[in-house]
Design a protein around this ligand. Sequence first.
Ligand code: EPZ
Length: 418
Amino acid sequence: MDVVRIQGGRALHGSITVSGAKNACLPIFAAALLTEETVTIDNVPELSDVHTMGKLLTHLGADVKQLDPHTWQITAKKITHFAPHKLVSQMRASVVLLGPLLGRLRKAVVSQPGGCNFGPRPIDLHIKGFKSMGCTVRMKRGYLHLDGSNMKGAELFLGGRQGSTVTGTANMVMAATLVRGITRIDSSACEPEIEDLCRLLVAMGARIDGIGTHVLTIEGVDRLHGARHRVIPDRIEAGTWIVAAAITRGDITVHGANSKHLSAFLDKLDESGLSVLTEGPETLRINATNLKLRPVDIITLPHPGYPTDLQAQMCALLAVTPGLSIITERIYPNRFMYVSELQRMGADIAIEGPSAIIKGRSRLSGAMVMASDLRASAALILAGLHANDETWVLQKLLVLWDFHSRAHAGQRATLSRW
Ligand code: EPZ
Protein backbone atom coordinates (compact mmCIF):
# COMPACT_ATOMS: atom_id res chain seq x y z
CA MET A 1 0.00 0.00 0.00
CA ASP A 2 1.42 3.36 -0.99
CA VAL A 3 0.42 6.73 0.33
CA VAL A 4 0.61 10.20 -1.13
CA ARG A 5 0.62 12.75 1.69
CA ILE A 6 -0.41 16.27 0.82
CA GLN A 7 -0.11 19.35 3.00
CA GLY A 8 -2.58 21.52 1.10
CA GLY A 9 -3.98 25.03 1.19
CA ARG A 10 -1.39 26.84 -0.87
CA ALA A 11 -1.33 27.93 -4.52
CA LEU A 12 0.66 25.91 -7.06
CA HIS A 13 3.08 28.02 -9.08
CA GLY A 14 5.52 26.95 -11.72
CA SER A 15 5.80 25.15 -15.03
CA ILE A 16 5.44 21.54 -16.04
CA THR A 17 6.05 19.53 -19.21
CA VAL A 18 3.37 16.93 -19.93
CA SER A 19 4.47 13.32 -20.48
CA GLY A 20 3.62 11.22 -23.52
CA ALA A 21 0.07 9.86 -23.61
CA LYS A 22 -0.37 6.56 -21.72
CA ASN A 23 -3.39 5.60 -23.81
CA ALA A 24 -1.57 6.21 -27.08
CA CYS A 25 1.63 4.54 -25.97
CA LEU A 26 0.10 1.18 -24.96
CA PRO A 27 -1.48 0.34 -28.37
CA ILE A 28 1.61 1.80 -30.08
CA PHE A 29 3.81 -0.67 -28.19
CA ALA A 30 1.47 -3.49 -29.28
CA ALA A 31 1.64 -2.30 -32.90
CA ALA A 32 5.37 -3.13 -32.94
CA LEU A 33 4.31 -6.82 -33.06
CA LEU A 34 3.09 -6.23 -36.63
CA THR A 35 6.60 -6.15 -38.09
CA GLU A 36 9.85 -8.09 -37.78
CA GLU A 37 11.74 -4.83 -38.05
CA THR A 38 12.60 -2.44 -35.24
CA VAL A 39 10.10 0.15 -34.00
CA THR A 40 11.57 2.98 -31.92
CA ILE A 41 9.18 4.98 -29.75
CA ASP A 42 10.00 8.41 -28.28
CA ASN A 43 8.26 10.47 -25.56
CA VAL A 44 7.20 7.32 -23.72
CA PRO A 45 5.83 8.13 -20.23
CA GLU A 46 7.57 6.54 -17.23
CA LEU A 47 4.63 4.44 -15.96
CA SER A 48 4.14 0.97 -14.52
CA ASP A 49 1.64 0.18 -17.32
CA VAL A 50 4.37 0.81 -19.90
CA HIS A 51 6.72 -1.61 -18.13
CA THR A 52 3.91 -4.17 -17.91
CA MET A 53 3.32 -3.88 -21.67
CA GLY A 54 7.06 -4.24 -22.21
CA LYS A 55 7.05 -7.45 -20.15
CA LEU A 56 4.10 -8.78 -22.15
CA LEU A 57 5.85 -8.14 -25.47
CA THR A 58 9.00 -9.77 -24.13
CA HIS A 59 6.96 -12.79 -23.04
CA LEU A 60 5.60 -13.03 -26.59
CA GLY A 61 9.17 -13.17 -27.91
CA ALA A 62 9.90 -9.57 -28.86
CA ASP A 63 13.24 -7.94 -28.06
CA VAL A 64 12.28 -4.91 -25.90
CA LYS A 65 14.87 -2.31 -24.89
CA GLN A 66 14.47 0.91 -22.90
CA LEU A 67 17.16 3.12 -24.43
CA ASP A 68 16.53 6.00 -22.00
CA PRO A 69 13.71 6.97 -19.59
CA HIS A 70 11.46 8.01 -22.50
CA THR A 71 12.72 6.01 -25.51
CA TRP A 72 11.97 2.34 -26.14
CA GLN A 73 12.94 0.02 -28.98
CA ILE A 74 10.92 -3.10 -29.89
CA THR A 75 11.95 -5.76 -32.42
CA ALA A 76 9.46 -8.62 -32.83
CA LYS A 77 11.39 -10.96 -35.12
CA LYS A 78 9.73 -14.18 -33.99
CA ILE A 79 6.71 -14.11 -31.67
CA THR A 80 4.27 -16.55 -30.11
CA HIS A 81 0.54 -16.06 -29.69
CA PHE A 82 -0.04 -16.82 -25.98
CA ALA A 83 -0.45 -14.00 -23.40
CA PRO A 84 -0.74 -15.39 -19.85
CA HIS A 85 -3.20 -14.36 -17.16
CA LYS A 86 -0.47 -13.38 -14.69
CA LEU A 87 0.63 -10.55 -16.99
CA VAL A 88 -2.65 -9.68 -18.75
CA SER A 89 -4.51 -9.40 -15.41
CA GLN A 90 -2.16 -6.60 -14.36
CA MET A 91 -3.45 -4.27 -17.04
CA ARG A 92 -6.75 -4.15 -18.88
CA ALA A 93 -5.12 -2.48 -21.87
CA SER A 94 -3.43 -5.83 -22.63
CA VAL A 95 -6.55 -6.44 -24.74
CA VAL A 96 -4.82 -4.47 -27.52
CA LEU A 97 -2.51 -7.44 -28.11
CA LEU A 98 -5.35 -9.28 -29.88
CA GLY A 99 -5.29 -7.17 -33.04
CA PRO A 100 -1.56 -7.36 -33.80
CA LEU A 101 -1.36 -11.09 -32.92
CA LEU A 102 -4.20 -11.83 -35.35
CA GLY A 103 -2.71 -9.52 -37.98
CA ARG A 104 0.75 -11.09 -37.77
CA LEU A 105 0.04 -14.73 -36.76
CA ARG A 106 -3.68 -15.19 -37.49
CA LYS A 107 -4.11 -16.62 -34.00
CA ALA A 108 -4.13 -15.48 -30.38
CA VAL A 109 -4.71 -17.00 -26.98
CA VAL A 110 -5.07 -14.18 -24.46
CA SER A 111 -6.44 -14.22 -20.94
CA GLN A 112 -9.80 -12.44 -20.78
CA PRO A 113 -9.01 -8.95 -19.40
CA GLY A 114 -10.73 -8.25 -16.09
CA GLY A 115 -12.96 -5.39 -15.10
CA CYS A 116 -11.78 -2.49 -13.01
CA ASN A 117 -12.94 -0.43 -10.08
CA PHE A 118 -15.53 1.47 -12.03
CA GLY A 119 -17.43 -1.50 -13.30
CA PRO A 120 -17.38 -4.16 -15.99
CA ARG A 121 -15.15 -3.61 -19.00
CA PRO A 122 -16.76 -5.80 -21.69
CA ILE A 123 -15.03 -6.65 -24.97
CA ASP A 124 -18.08 -7.86 -26.91
CA LEU A 125 -17.50 -5.20 -29.59
CA HIS A 126 -13.90 -6.38 -30.06
CA ILE A 127 -15.14 -9.96 -30.52
CA LYS A 128 -17.93 -8.85 -32.85
CA GLY A 129 -15.38 -6.99 -34.99
CA PHE A 130 -13.00 -9.95 -35.19
CA LYS A 131 -15.87 -12.30 -36.09
CA SER A 132 -16.95 -9.90 -38.86
CA MET A 133 -13.43 -10.31 -40.28
CA GLY A 134 -13.84 -14.11 -40.29
CA CYS A 135 -12.28 -15.00 -36.95
CA THR A 136 -13.57 -17.82 -34.77
CA VAL A 137 -13.57 -16.98 -31.06
CA ARG A 138 -13.80 -19.48 -28.21
CA MET A 139 -13.64 -18.85 -24.48
CA LYS A 140 -11.99 -21.63 -22.49
CA ARG A 141 -11.05 -21.45 -18.81
CA GLY A 142 -10.82 -17.66 -18.83
CA TYR A 143 -8.81 -17.49 -22.02
CA LEU A 144 -9.91 -16.18 -25.41
CA HIS A 145 -8.87 -18.49 -28.26
CA LEU A 146 -9.00 -16.68 -31.59
CA ASP A 147 -8.40 -18.38 -34.95
CA GLY A 148 -7.96 -15.90 -37.78
CA SER A 149 -6.81 -18.32 -40.51
CA ASN A 150 -9.77 -17.26 -42.69
CA MET A 151 -9.66 -13.53 -41.95
CA LYS A 152 -10.28 -11.09 -44.76
CA GLY A 153 -11.27 -7.44 -45.14
CA ALA A 154 -14.86 -6.68 -44.04
CA GLU A 155 -17.38 -3.98 -43.19
CA LEU A 156 -17.45 -3.51 -39.39
CA PHE A 157 -19.69 -1.51 -37.08
CA LEU A 158 -18.11 -0.74 -33.68
CA GLY A 159 -20.89 1.31 -32.09
CA GLY A 160 -22.08 0.15 -28.67
CA ARG A 161 -24.51 1.46 -26.05
CA GLN A 162 -21.92 4.01 -24.92
CA GLY A 163 -20.63 4.90 -28.36
CA SER A 164 -17.55 3.40 -29.97
CA THR A 165 -14.70 1.51 -28.30
CA VAL A 166 -11.22 3.03 -28.19
CA THR A 167 -9.17 -0.13 -27.71
CA GLY A 168 -11.66 -2.01 -29.91
CA THR A 169 -10.91 0.42 -32.74
CA ALA A 170 -7.17 0.01 -32.10
CA ASN A 171 -7.54 -3.77 -32.30
CA MET A 172 -9.52 -3.74 -35.55
CA VAL A 173 -7.20 -1.27 -37.27
CA MET A 174 -4.04 -3.17 -36.28
CA ALA A 175 -5.47 -6.53 -37.41
CA ALA A 176 -6.77 -5.08 -40.69
CA THR A 177 -3.38 -3.64 -41.74
CA LEU A 178 -2.14 -7.18 -42.58
CA VAL A 179 -5.43 -8.79 -43.67
CA ARG A 180 -6.11 -9.19 -47.40
CA GLY A 181 -8.84 -6.85 -48.70
CA ILE A 182 -10.47 -3.62 -47.58
CA THR A 183 -11.77 -3.21 -44.02
CA ARG A 184 -14.18 -0.35 -43.35
CA ILE A 185 -14.78 0.43 -39.70
CA ASP A 186 -17.95 2.42 -39.13
CA SER A 187 -18.40 4.15 -35.75
CA SER A 188 -14.64 4.05 -35.13
CA ALA A 189 -13.34 5.86 -32.05
CA CYS A 190 -11.57 9.06 -33.12
CA GLU A 191 -9.74 9.88 -29.89
CA PRO A 192 -6.34 11.58 -30.45
CA GLU A 193 -4.72 8.38 -29.17
CA ILE A 194 -6.26 6.42 -32.05
CA GLU A 195 -5.08 9.07 -34.51
CA ASP A 196 -1.57 8.73 -33.08
CA LEU A 197 -1.63 4.93 -33.47
CA CYS A 198 -2.81 5.27 -37.09
CA ARG A 199 0.01 7.70 -37.83
CA LEU A 200 2.57 5.15 -36.61
CA LEU A 201 0.91 2.38 -38.66
CA VAL A 202 1.04 4.54 -41.81
CA ALA A 203 4.73 5.24 -41.09
CA MET A 204 5.16 1.44 -40.95
CA GLY A 205 3.60 1.12 -44.43
CA ALA A 206 -0.08 0.60 -43.59
CA ARG A 207 -2.78 2.00 -45.87
CA ILE A 208 -5.37 3.85 -43.74
CA ASP A 209 -7.91 6.49 -44.80
CA GLY A 210 -10.20 8.57 -42.59
CA ILE A 211 -7.72 9.10 -39.74
CA GLY A 212 -9.34 11.36 -37.14
CA THR A 213 -12.89 10.52 -38.26
CA HIS A 214 -15.52 7.99 -37.20
CA VAL A 215 -15.00 5.94 -40.39
CA LEU A 216 -11.64 4.28 -40.95
CA THR A 217 -10.81 2.37 -44.14
CA ILE A 218 -7.80 0.06 -44.18
CA GLU A 219 -6.40 -1.76 -47.20
CA GLY A 220 -4.43 -4.78 -46.06
CA VAL A 221 -0.77 -5.11 -47.19
CA ASP A 222 1.57 -8.11 -47.16
CA ARG A 223 3.97 -6.74 -44.56
CA LEU A 224 4.84 -3.70 -42.48
CA HIS A 225 8.32 -2.29 -41.87
CA GLY A 226 9.98 -0.61 -38.90
CA ALA A 227 9.57 3.06 -38.01
CA ARG A 228 10.37 5.70 -35.41
CA HIS A 229 7.49 7.53 -33.70
CA ARG A 230 7.02 10.22 -31.04
CA VAL A 231 3.99 9.70 -28.80
CA ILE A 232 1.55 12.64 -28.52
CA PRO A 233 1.28 14.55 -25.23
CA ASP A 234 -1.07 13.13 -22.60
CA ARG A 235 -4.20 15.32 -22.79
CA ILE A 236 -5.58 13.83 -19.56
CA GLU A 237 -2.39 14.70 -17.65
CA ALA A 238 -2.49 18.21 -19.15
CA GLY A 239 -6.13 18.63 -18.10
CA THR A 240 -5.33 17.40 -14.60
CA TRP A 241 -2.53 19.98 -14.20
CA ILE A 242 -4.96 22.68 -15.39
CA VAL A 243 -7.44 21.65 -12.68
CA ALA A 244 -4.55 21.67 -10.16
CA ALA A 245 -3.89 25.33 -10.98
CA ALA A 246 -7.61 26.17 -10.79
CA ILE A 247 -8.35 24.36 -7.52
CA THR A 248 -5.39 25.97 -5.72
CA ARG A 249 -5.88 29.39 -7.35
CA GLY A 250 -2.35 29.10 -8.63
CA ASP A 251 -0.48 30.05 -11.78
CA ILE A 252 0.95 27.19 -13.87
CA THR A 253 2.40 27.00 -17.37
CA VAL A 254 1.83 23.61 -19.00
CA HIS A 255 4.29 22.76 -21.79
CA GLY A 256 3.69 20.03 -24.39
CA ALA A 257 -0.10 20.22 -24.15
CA ASN A 258 -2.07 20.18 -27.39
CA SER A 259 -5.15 22.36 -26.75
CA LYS A 260 -6.88 20.85 -29.84
CA HIS A 261 -7.05 17.54 -27.94
CA LEU A 262 -8.86 19.25 -25.04
CA SER A 263 -11.52 21.37 -26.78
CA ALA A 264 -14.56 20.08 -24.86
CA PHE A 265 -12.72 20.30 -21.52
CA LEU A 266 -11.39 23.83 -22.16
CA ASP A 267 -14.83 24.89 -23.35
CA LYS A 268 -16.36 23.75 -20.04
CA LEU A 269 -13.67 25.55 -18.06
CA ASP A 270 -14.36 28.71 -20.08
CA GLU A 271 -18.09 28.37 -19.33
CA SER A 272 -17.18 28.07 -15.65
CA GLY A 273 -15.13 31.26 -15.79
CA LEU A 274 -11.56 30.00 -16.31
CA SER A 275 -9.96 31.01 -19.60
CA VAL A 276 -6.84 29.00 -20.31
CA LEU A 277 -4.37 31.07 -22.35
CA THR A 278 -2.55 29.51 -25.29
CA GLU A 279 0.99 30.89 -25.14
CA GLY A 280 2.38 28.77 -27.97
CA PRO A 281 1.53 25.77 -30.18
CA GLU A 282 1.87 23.44 -27.20
CA THR A 283 1.98 25.82 -24.22
CA LEU A 284 -0.99 26.62 -21.99
CA ARG A 285 -0.97 29.20 -19.17
CA ILE A 286 -3.46 28.97 -16.32
CA ASN A 287 -3.47 32.03 -14.06
CA ALA A 288 -6.21 31.32 -11.52
CA THR A 289 -5.01 33.70 -8.83
CA ASN A 290 -8.21 35.77 -8.74
CA LEU A 291 -10.51 33.14 -10.14
CA LYS A 292 -14.26 33.11 -9.41
CA LEU A 293 -15.70 29.92 -10.86
CA ARG A 294 -19.34 29.32 -11.80
CA PRO A 295 -21.11 25.94 -11.55
CA VAL A 296 -21.50 23.95 -14.79
CA ASP A 297 -23.34 20.94 -16.20
CA ILE A 298 -21.10 18.28 -17.81
CA ILE A 299 -21.95 15.13 -19.76
CA THR A 300 -19.07 12.78 -20.62
CA LEU A 301 -19.11 11.49 -24.19
CA PRO A 302 -16.80 9.79 -26.70
CA HIS A 303 -14.32 12.18 -28.37
CA PRO A 304 -14.71 14.98 -29.33
CA GLY A 305 -17.12 15.13 -26.36
CA TYR A 306 -16.05 15.77 -22.76
CA PRO A 307 -13.57 13.00 -21.81
CA THR A 308 -14.61 10.55 -19.09
CA ASP A 309 -10.96 10.44 -17.95
CA LEU A 310 -11.27 14.08 -16.81
CA GLN A 311 -14.59 13.54 -15.02
CA ALA A 312 -13.28 12.88 -11.51
CA GLN A 313 -10.80 15.75 -11.61
CA MET A 314 -13.54 18.21 -12.60
CA CYS A 315 -15.81 16.85 -9.85
CA ALA A 316 -13.15 17.76 -7.29
CA LEU A 317 -13.00 21.30 -8.68
CA LEU A 318 -16.80 21.69 -8.77
CA ALA A 319 -17.01 20.39 -5.19
CA VAL A 320 -15.39 23.70 -4.15
CA THR A 321 -17.21 25.87 -6.70
CA PRO A 322 -20.22 27.64 -5.13
CA GLY A 323 -23.54 26.67 -6.73
CA LEU A 324 -25.12 23.50 -8.11
CA SER A 325 -23.18 21.55 -10.76
CA ILE A 326 -24.11 18.27 -12.41
CA ILE A 327 -21.82 15.69 -13.98
CA THR A 328 -23.49 12.92 -15.98
CA GLU A 329 -21.26 9.95 -16.85
CA ARG A 330 -22.33 8.42 -20.15
CA ILE A 331 -19.28 6.16 -20.71
CA TYR A 332 -18.92 4.37 -17.35
CA PRO A 333 -22.09 5.07 -15.30
CA ASN A 334 -20.44 3.64 -12.14
CA ARG A 335 -17.36 5.87 -12.38
CA PHE A 336 -18.16 7.70 -9.12
CA MET A 337 -16.45 5.41 -6.58
CA TYR A 338 -14.25 8.34 -5.51
CA VAL A 339 -17.27 10.48 -4.52
CA SER A 340 -17.66 8.77 -1.15
CA GLU A 341 -14.01 9.65 -0.45
CA LEU A 342 -14.60 13.29 -1.43
CA GLN A 343 -17.60 13.27 0.93
CA ARG A 344 -15.20 12.26 3.75
CA MET A 345 -13.38 15.51 2.96
CA GLY A 346 -16.63 17.46 3.33
CA ALA A 347 -17.86 17.50 -0.26
CA ASP A 348 -21.64 17.78 -0.70
CA ILE A 349 -22.34 15.43 -3.63
CA ALA A 350 -25.36 13.20 -4.26
CA ILE A 351 -25.30 10.40 -6.85
CA GLU A 352 -28.54 10.05 -8.83
CA GLY A 353 -28.15 7.21 -11.37
CA PRO A 354 -25.42 8.19 -13.86
CA SER A 355 -25.22 11.74 -12.44
CA ALA A 356 -23.38 13.45 -9.60
CA ILE A 357 -25.28 16.46 -8.19
CA ILE A 358 -22.60 18.70 -6.69
CA LYS A 359 -23.33 21.49 -4.21
CA GLY A 360 -20.10 23.46 -4.15
CA ARG A 361 -18.59 24.22 -0.73
CA SER A 362 -16.08 26.95 0.06
CA ARG A 363 -13.48 24.61 1.53
CA LEU A 364 -12.80 20.85 1.93
CA SER A 365 -10.94 19.43 4.90
CA GLY A 366 -8.09 16.95 4.72
CA ALA A 367 -8.69 13.27 5.49
CA MET A 368 -7.28 9.80 4.93
CA VAL A 369 -8.92 8.61 1.69
CA MET A 370 -8.68 5.56 -0.56
CA ALA A 371 -8.23 5.79 -4.31
CA SER A 372 -10.08 3.32 -6.53
CA ASP A 373 -8.47 3.97 -9.92
CA LEU A 374 -5.93 6.18 -11.66
CA ARG A 375 -8.22 9.15 -12.28
CA ALA A 376 -9.87 8.86 -8.86
CA SER A 377 -6.38 9.12 -7.33
CA ALA A 378 -5.84 12.34 -9.24
CA ALA A 379 -9.16 13.77 -8.06
CA LEU A 380 -8.39 13.01 -4.40
CA ILE A 381 -4.90 14.52 -4.70
CA LEU A 382 -6.44 17.66 -6.21
CA ALA A 383 -8.94 17.86 -3.34
CA GLY A 384 -6.05 17.44 -0.90
CA LEU A 385 -4.17 20.31 -2.53
CA HIS A 386 -7.22 22.50 -1.94
CA ALA A 387 -7.83 21.47 1.69
CA ASN A 388 -6.06 23.57 4.32
CA ASP A 389 -4.69 20.64 6.26
CA GLU A 390 -3.17 17.23 5.56
CA THR A 391 -4.64 14.54 3.29
CA TRP A 392 -3.38 11.00 2.88
CA VAL A 393 -4.37 9.32 -0.39
CA LEU A 394 -3.96 5.57 -0.01
CA GLN A 395 -3.76 3.37 -3.07
CA LYS A 396 -2.74 -0.07 -4.11
CA LEU A 397 -0.72 1.08 -7.07
CA LEU A 398 0.88 4.44 -6.67
CA VAL A 399 0.08 7.26 -9.05
CA LEU A 400 3.25 9.30 -9.04
CA TRP A 401 2.57 12.99 -8.88
CA ASP A 402 5.73 14.47 -7.61
CA PHE A 403 4.76 18.13 -7.50
CA HIS A 404 7.71 19.48 -5.61
CA SER A 405 10.22 18.06 -8.06
CA ARG A 406 8.18 18.70 -11.21
CA ALA A 407 6.16 21.86 -10.78
CA HIS A 408 8.48 23.74 -8.40
CA ALA A 409 5.27 24.22 -6.50
CA GLY A 410 4.72 26.42 -3.51
CA GLN A 411 3.47 23.39 -1.61
CA ARG A 412 4.79 19.90 -1.34
CA ALA A 413 3.21 16.56 -2.02
CA THR A 414 5.49 13.99 -0.49
CA LEU A 415 5.40 10.28 -0.97
CA SER A 416 5.92 7.86 1.84
CA ARG A 417 5.56 4.12 1.71
CA TRP A 418 2.90 2.92 4.12
C1 EPZ B 1 -10.06 3.49 -23.24
O1 EPZ B 1 -10.57 2.35 -22.58
C2 EPZ B 1 -9.10 4.13 -22.25
N1 EPZ B 1 -8.05 3.18 -21.91
C3 EPZ B 1 -9.86 4.53 -20.99
O2 EPZ B 1 -8.93 5.20 -20.13
C4 EPZ B 1 -10.96 5.51 -21.38
O3 EPZ B 1 -11.69 5.88 -20.24
C5 EPZ B 1 -11.88 4.83 -22.41
O4 EPZ B 1 -11.11 4.41 -23.56
C6 EPZ B 1 -12.98 5.76 -22.90
O5 EPZ B 1 -12.40 6.90 -23.47
C7 EPZ B 1 -7.06 2.95 -22.78
O6 EPZ B 1 -7.03 3.50 -23.88
C8 EPZ B 1 -6.00 2.00 -22.35
P1 EPZ B 1 -13.89 1.71 -24.52
P2 EPZ B 1 -11.41 1.24 -23.41
O7 EPZ B 1 -13.71 0.36 -25.11
O8 EPZ B 1 -10.94 1.19 -24.80
C9 EPZ B 1 -18.17 -0.03 -23.60
C10 EPZ B 1 -7.73 5.56 -18.12
O9 EPZ B 1 -8.03 5.96 -16.99
N2 EPZ B 1 -17.67 -1.19 -24.34
O10 EPZ B 1 -13.78 2.91 -25.39
O11 EPZ B 1 -11.40 0.00 -22.63
C11 EPZ B 1 -17.41 0.17 -22.30
O12 EPZ B 1 -17.98 -0.58 -21.24
C12 EPZ B 1 -8.62 4.58 -18.85
O13 EPZ B 1 -6.69 5.91 -18.74
C13 EPZ B 1 -18.57 -2.22 -24.63
O14 EPZ B 1 -19.73 -2.18 -24.25
O15 EPZ B 1 -12.84 1.88 -23.36
C14 EPZ B 1 -17.55 1.66 -22.06
O16 EPZ B 1 -18.80 1.91 -21.47
C15 EPZ B 1 -9.87 4.24 -18.05
N3 EPZ B 1 -18.11 -3.29 -25.32
C16 EPZ B 1 -17.54 2.25 -23.46
O17 EPZ B 1 -17.89 1.17 -24.34
C17 EPZ B 1 -16.82 -3.37 -25.77
O18 EPZ B 1 -16.47 -4.37 -26.44
C18 EPZ B 1 -16.18 2.79 -23.88
O19 EPZ B 1 -15.27 1.74 -23.71
C19 EPZ B 1 -15.93 -2.31 -25.47
C20 EPZ B 1 -16.38 -1.23 -24.76
